[in-house]
Ligand binder design. Structure first.
Ligand SMILES: [Ca+2]
Ligand SMILES: [Ca+2]
Ligand SMILES: [Ca+2]
Ligand SMILES: [Ca+2]
Length: 463
């Protein structure tokens, strides 16, 4: 009899009727499990859980056409309760959200009315950790004077200076469209005052007239960025300013990042930069941008890499820099800056005016490692052993070595059986190196056991 009672108790405690999510207790060792949209909405609707730990155990599709789907009008998690001002009125998310390599797809937010803000999957996060999360095909639209809008996070901030939050191994794709007068808009985060690393955005960002601080990854960036990139086009309308392919305004270091989207402003726009718009403090090193930067008539301060910078080293830009009639302060690499330090930085000859800030290089020179003085490339030790840069000599411009995984021949960001075929096909033969798409993974000119060793070392990386 006692055994029967005990069994009943165990069943009752473990019963799904009592489980709030798909498992877990919310503690660090046993995070709440998010397995579907219902679990995500349970989290969204219970602010008392915003300081708990969560892990996704399946992809979640938020398509509004699904039976339970909806088009949201606010952020999902940590939303601004009173949206009639720019102050965050709500509970910030302060917990841990581990996407565990899963994706949240098709999030749509249509926020109508003036002065809406804190829009994204997370409206406002503080001293939290968000990691290993993909946000695919996000679409956010908002009206005039929006603030703090990002695909993943509206505002990423902290209460104390000793406890920065962390966003790592996250990405977003889709589009964001904001009305005129909007500020602090980014493809991943509108405002960042924490650490962001190993993350990217493929979000197209469009803001209207008189919009400011619009970035492909982050709008206003106050925390360190490393190993990040953005590919979306970033556009503002007339009288808009501080628009950047990766970030707009920045106050902290940016290292090992790049952007490829085009940056544009309308008439009377200012401070447009391929990578970043306006530096308040912080160094930019080992970065590049390839997007075109375009202002309308009477625009000013337009730079291939940065509009107004301070300390910049080991960077390049290749996109064209142009403004309409009456525009001024244009530069191939940087438009202006004070105080100024530019070390070993280059721009493609003819891409923009040579204002003697940065060194112009021809297309041929840009494809030669020797042109980049002092840069720490792979397979050389003279300039360091961090091996930041890699180049396919004579074929393409330098890339950041972290963009490549040795052995990932099909470039799908993991190393598995499919990637073994090129090694077998070229076995004991001369071949090009991995940065040129070849099977010679250690760069000694031949495909042999040494390359197998590199391949083995990276086996199942990314999975
Ligand atoms: Ca508010
Ligand atoms: Ca090196
Ligand atoms: Ca692969
Ligand atoms: Ca080799």
């Amino acid at each position: 009899m006692r055994k029967v009672v005990l069994t009943f108790l165990i069943l009752a405690v473990g019963s799904p009727c009592f489980a709030k999510y798909s498992g877990g207790t919310g503690e660090p060792n046993t995070p709440y499990q998010i397995a579907n949209a219902a679990d995500l909405m349970t989290l969204a609707n219970d602010a008392n859980d915003y300081n708990k730990c969560f892990i996704m155990i399946a992809d979640v599709n938020l398509d509004s056409n699904l039976p339970d789907g909806q088009i949201f009008t606010t952020a999902i998690i940590a939303r601004d309760i009173n949206s009639a001002n720019y102050v965050f009125d709500g509970r910030s998310f302060t917990g841990v959200f581990d996407g565990n390599g899963h994706r949240i797809t098709n999030l749509t937010i249509n926020s109508h009315g003036d002065k809406k803000g804190y829009l994204g999957l997370f409206g406002d996060v503080c001293e939290c950790e968000i990691k290993n999360l993909g946000l695919e095909n996000v679409f956010i639209s908002s009206d005039t004077n929006s603030r703090f809008v990002g695909g993943l996070i509206g505002s990423n901030d902290h209460f104390s200076f000793s406890n920065f939050n962390t966003v790592r191994d996250c990405y977003s794709s889709g589009s964001i469209v904001c009305g005129s007068g909007s500020h602090y808009i980014g493809g991943l985060a509108g405002w960042n005052n924490g650490n962001i690393s190993n993350s990217f955005s493929k979000v197209a960002v469009n803001a209207g007239d008189a919009a400011y601080t619009i970035g492909g990854l982050v709008g206003v960036n106050k925390g360190p960025l490393a190993n990040c990139f953005a590919t979306g086009n970033v556009a503002g309308g007339n009288n808009s300013g501080t628009i950047g392919g990766l970030v707009a305004d920045y106050f902290a270091d940016i290292n090992n990042c790049y952007s490829t989207g085009n940056v544009s402003g309308g008439n009377n726009s200012g401070y447009l930069g391929g990578l970043a718009a306006h530096c308040y403090s912080g160094n930019i090193s080992n970065c590049y941008s390839t997007g075109n930067v375009t202002g309308g008539n009477n625009s000013n301060t337009i730079g291939g890499l940065i509009a107004a910078g301070q300390s910049i080293s080991n960077c390049y830009s290749t996109g064209t820099v142009s403004g309409g009639s009456g525009s001024n302060f244009l530069g191939g690499l940087v438009a202006t800056g004070n105080p100024f330090s530019i070390t070993s930085c280059y721009f493609l000859t003819g891409s923009g005016p040579d204002n003697h800030l940065g060194t112009p290089l021809t297309d041929t020179q840009m494809k030669q490692q020797a042109s980049f003085v002092g840069w720490d490339f792979v397979w050389e030790t003279t300039n360091g052993t961090d091996d930041v840069w890699a180049i396919c000599e004579g074929v393409s411009y330098p890339k950041l070595a972290w963009q490549f995984i040795a052995g990932d021949s099909d470039n799908d960001k993991n190393v598995d059986f499919i990637d073994f075929a090129p090694l077998a096909n070229k076995w004991m033969q001369a071949d090009s190196n991995l940065y040129c798409g070849g099977a010679d993974l250690n760069g000694d000119g031949i495909v042999d056991m040494l390359d197998i060793a590199v391949f083995t070392e990276n086996w199942l990386v990314g999975l």
